[in-house]
Design a protein around this ligand. Sequence first.
Ligand SMILES: Cc1ncc(COP(=O)(O)O)c(C=O)c1O
Length: 179
Amino acid sequence: MVITVRELPEPSVQQVTHGATAITRPDIRWKRCDIKSIALLANVMGKQEAAQLGADECFWQDERESILEGCSSNALALINGTLVTHPLDHQVLGGIARSMILRLAAEHDIPVEERAWRLDENGLSECMMCSTTDAVMPVCHINGHAVCDGKPGPVSMMLRQAMLDEFNALRQTRQEIAS
Ligand SMILES: Cc1ncc(COP(=O)(O)O)c(C=O)c1O
């Protein structure tokens, strides 16, 4: 086993206040995306294409254009006040942050639904992505189009803060155990 450690840069205030940007692409990955594997060539290619287009993430879509997940994040939307994300199956990786955000949403009385969802659904007011490296990031522009008013929504920002608070509490506990 090889473990490497490096500092994780925090996103700038500007990145958070403007929100992240994403592109969408048909899913070109294999049929067992639920397996955490280091064979992530397709994800690297998606990320690279996003970066070339000035975006932060590439969301994979199935043949019905449902959003599955990002290349290194899970994708969620607020639709009619419900936090929606693709169910855990062979097409998505069950990320740690995904399970945290679903729990945090429930704790804050936000209804949660695990189902296929599309960007053109009526009532979609916010998009976000989550991962252990970036916590929750509002996604405000997708394929060059603003998501609603193109600004981070209140639910994304509330969930981001709630997750950061949990991360900090975990760090604190670890420091207390170490000292
Ligand atoms: C394909 C994919 N989905 C989701 C995630 C998010 O997982 P986690 O929340 O455990 O960081 C990752 C992380 O690298 C990923 O590669």
